[in-house]
Design a protein around this ligand. Structure first.
Ligand SMILES: C[S@@+](CC[C@H](N)C(=O)[O-])C[C@H]1O[C@@H](n2cnc3c(N)ncnc32)[C@H](O)[C@@H]1O
Length: 226
């Protein structure tokens, strides 16, 4: 296990099943676990859109987290957002407040994604073109737009310290830096961990990180649907 401290962020390289029992309670969890929909073995993307490199799925999407892992996550905070919640609905309690990301394009991929939340309230929708990921700098096969994670944090009025046990390239961490929250991230793939560290360092270094960003360009993303 490796631990990096960057500003108010603590980042662990390791398996969240080992690390979660050691970190204690946090103020919120916002995460995007592997959906277990079998993206392994799919060919690398050959996209030239947005200049991002081809990807491979390196064995992490062949299974979803267990009931035990979700129980541990839910025990750590009262405010929890889990993207891909429709893939885990049988492992999570019933809820009224779902979040929906309308990807703003009707192509041959999912029109929208769903997040389960631990809160009560009305379902909320954000429309955000999937090409936003290219503007962020596409570095992970199932990367979420930073603005989507900022919106997720706003939906639960997140403050204090936010945990993402399936950090990937660190989109939740970047959103936390922009919101002024502390962040604990866990990622077991060393390459994605290093990318997350770099993105979070850059977020702290950005002088205009609280300035509203321009609307997303109209550009097709070749990223997968996760
Ligand atoms: C769906 S991706 C998250 C992508 C992230 N939202 C982003 O924007 O980059 C899930 C991530 O969880 C990581 N992962 C899977 N199982 C894990 C585990 N047991 N502990 C820590 N990380 C894990 C994978 O390596 C993958 O990067």
């Amino acid at each position: 296990m490796r631990v990096e401290h960057i500003g108010d962020c603590t980042l662990y390289l390791g398996d969240c099943r080992d690390i979660l029992p050691t970190i204690g309670r946090v103020d919120a969890v916002v995460t995007d676990p592997p959906y277990g929909i079998g993206r392994d073995g799919k060919p690398r993307s050959s996209s030239r859109h947005g200049g991002h490199k081809g990807y491979e799925f390196r064995g992490w999407d062949d299974g979803r987290p267990s009931q035990e892992t979700f129980s541990t996550i839910l025990s750590l905070a009262s405010s929890v957002v889990i993207w891909g919640g429709n893939y885990f609905a049988d492992l999570l309690p019933a809820t009224s407040k779902w979040l929906s990301w309308d990807k703003g394009q009707r192509i041959d991929q999912a029109d929208a994604e769903l997040a389960w939340t631990s809160l009560s309230g009305a379902l909320r929708v954000i429309t955000l073109n999937r090409a936003e990921i290219n503007q962020d700098g596409a570095v992970h096969p199932t990367q979420k737009p930073v603005r989507l994670m900022e919106w997720s944090l706003a939906q639960i009025n997140a403050s204090g310290v936010v945990l993402d046990p399936f950090m990937g390239s660190g989109s939740t961490g970047v959103a936390c830096v922009r919101r002024g929250c502390g962040f604990v991230g866990i990622e077991r793939d060393a390459e994605y961990f290093d990318i997350a560290c770099e993105r979070i360092r850059k977020a702290y270094a950005q002088p205009d990180m609280f300035v509203e960003r321009p609307a997303p360009a109209k550009q097709l993303s070749m990223l997968g649907d996760e």
